[in-house]
Design a protein around this ligand. Structure first.
Ligand code: CP3
Length: 351
């Protein structure tokens, strides 16, 4: 993807993602907007999660809250992976403390055939929100758009909600591979459309979340998932923005996930960044990978672990990565002290 202008970008995140020399080490946090912030809890007190995601002014405000508070190098659009499904007409809700819950789980060929397509007009408020956010960011700050990858979306639609075991999802995958591929293709179309809306509105990078892909073996990932994620990333390649790809528990999947067409690979806390860079192979940046629970362990532990990750990031670059974006290994936990997040950002920038 590397483009000359991206390498010399005034945005440290874009420079790091594309093999340039960032003016400082970029840092942002997955789930930086959300319940760890009192200003978020206040603004969400009388409004549902999904209704908030379709209110452009509110999306802008919530997206900007952590940027103002922590001085992170990127904003991530406040939305959710199920927003495009909701916009397309799937009957679902986001239940506090649980996550997405689907009224009628998809199990049969008729269910798959009835899955609606996403019309860009249905997410017009998201496009509007991106415009508002771009008006508030400095030249040095990047806006990251995102979508859920087909497998992770399929897991919610088929299970009907969060799952530990994904038995219904895997049952369809193994027992009805043609139906599975049809569903994954339809979800890939929705994901591409949702990303295009954000890219047309001007986001500087995108992250494709395949959060739960780590439940699969390498062989099953290659057969049942990789072709669909690869199509999503190929269909947005023309925008020439960095494409970040992330999942949890994906140590064994780092290479196949990189090969679906990512420019940056998100790494959870289980694999050190330099080892991740060797698994991924040269030419891509790495993002991560502080265990979010370490933010509860006190300043000395945090400082020594942040220093280790910065060193691992440098070793990753020696091993062939083109850059390192500091992040957590998964999302900020709701009970995290926001001042600890602010101090962590300061430390990453100071080192
Ligand atoms: C799997 C997944 C989902 N949503 C998302 C993923 C992929 C990322 C990951 O692996 O965590 C993506 C997501 N969801 C949200 C964001 C916002 C941007 C950011 O990272 O700051 C992002 C990037 C907001 C949200 N999405 C959700 C919240 C909490 C809702 C609330 O405030 O009540 C937020 C801020 C709800 C949600 N939505 C989902 C879950 C598991 C939950 C949490 C359930 C809970 O603990 O209450 C599905």
């Amino acid at each position: 993807m590397v483009v000359a202008e991206a390498k010399t970008s005034s945005k440290p995140l874009i420079a790091a993602a594309t093999g340039g020399t960032p003016s400082r080490r970029p840092v942002w946090f997955m789930r930086q907007a959300g319940r760890s912030l009192p200003e978020y809890r206040a603004i969400r007190a009388d409004r549902g999660m999904l209704e908030s995601c379709f209110d452009a002014a509110l999306v802008c405000e919530i997206t900007m809250q952590p940027v103002r508070r922590h001085d992170v190098d990127a904003a991530i659009l406040f939305s959710d992976i199920v927003v495009p499904l909701k916009a397309a007409g799937v009957d679902l809700d986001i239940v506090a403390g649980t996550g997405p819950v689907v009224a009628r789980p998809i199990r049969t060929a008729d269910d798959v055939a009835a899955l609606p397509r996403l019309d860009a007009a249905a997410v017009g408020s998201v496009s509007q929100a991106v415009g508002l956010i771009l008006g508030e960011l400095t030249d040095a700050q990047a806006l990251i758009g995102f979508a859920g990858a087909p497998f992770t979306l399929a897991s919610y639609l088929i299970e009907g909600g969060p799952s530990r075991t994904y038995e219904n999802t895997k049952a369809m995958m193994y027992a009805r591979p043609e139906l599975w591929h049809q569903l994954m293709a339809q979800l890939a179309d929705i994901t591409v459309e949702f990303l295009r809306v954000q890219l047309d509105a001007g986001v500087h990078a995108v992250q494709l979340f395949d959060s739960w892909a780590g439940t699969l073996s390498v062989a099953d990932y290659q057969t049942y998932v990789a072709p669909h994620s690869a199509r999503v990333l190929a269909e947005i390649a023309e925008y020439k923005v960095p494409r970040i790809h992330f999942g949890v528990g994906t140590g064994e999947l780092l290479a196949p996930m990189a090969h679906v067409g990512a420019d940056v690979i998100g790494v959870d806390w289980r694999v050190p960044l330099d080892e991740a860079a060797r698994r991924v192979g040269p030419g891509k940046a790495v993002q991560g990978n502080l265990d979010p629970t370490l933010l509860f362990a006190g300043p000395e532990v945090i400082e020594s672990q942040v220093r280790r990750i910065v060193r691992d990031g440098e070793k990753a670059i020696d091993a062939g990565a083109v850059g390192h974006i500091f992040n957590l290994g998964h999302g900020v936990l709701p009970a995290t002290d926001p001042d600890v997040l602010t101090r962590t950002v300061e430390l990453v920038h100071r080192l």
